[in-house]
Design a protein around this ligand. Sequence first.
Ligand code: GLU
Length: 306
Amino acid sequence: MLSSTPAIAYRGRFAPSPTGPLHFGSLVAALGSCLDARCRGGEWLLRIEDVDEPRCPRPVAEDILRTLAACGFAWDGEVLWQSRRKQRYRELLDHLQSIGRVYPCACTRREMADSQMAADGAHIYPGTCREGLPPGRAARAWRLRVDDVNVGFDDALQGRVEQRIARDAGDFVLLRADGYFAYQLAVVADDADQGITHVVRGADLIDSTARQIFLQRCLGVPTLAYAHLPVVVNAAGEKLSKQTLAPPINAVAPAPSLCAALRFLGQSPPPELARAAVAEVWDWALAQWSLARVPHRRAASADFFG
Ligand code: GLU
């Protein structure tokens, strides 16, 4: 269903959701994915994950692009914007519908309030509309019909991860009740269409990976290699984000943040590099990067490393 892409040994990507300015947590994901790609002779692409348009204002995305450029990141090709890909997502949803893989769901959040929670905080769908909409009810969302199978993968940092998605996530939403496509569909479509081979991202997404692999199988596209970096948490143990008031990266003098991100990722830049030019930081990082030195844990505090 998805176009076949040219075989390339390594094509990575960074895919920020522009809900707020680039902060230390997103810098870590950008740096880890970029260095891993470049040090293995690979390409590195940039995608703006603004599929959830109301939460992703255009000026915020543009600010992220400017900050990444000021930090010395250079991406291959054009930036891909999810907000421009709705037709493609629709095509894939139609295809999944034609093979009986998706079904309309009428359930409201309130109706699902009693169902179990998945690791990512979403409700595990109890299957109410799986065999058809209840009489008199209209479709709100569209869900993927998942099989009761184990989906596993070998994460380059976190080791073997297994999920029984029917039990641990349930039939998940691909088209939301508010009319926007869900992240899971967009990310799988984009990774496949962009010919991505390796995903290096924060471990907050590790619980989504089995669902994404299952969806890749439904669409007949290759499964990717995954490495989930430790997520940066604040002193209260919360993931850095706009909601937790993470400060934006200083785009005027980014070398100290780049060095702190390298340290967070287990690398050992010399202290004087924090006062060097951005290009020098990159020269050092490209020569010294080792994925094997990245801590094999799902979260770590920025204060400890920073
Ligand atoms: N857009 C997601 C984020 O900003 C990343 C998605 C991904 O890397 O798959 O957290």
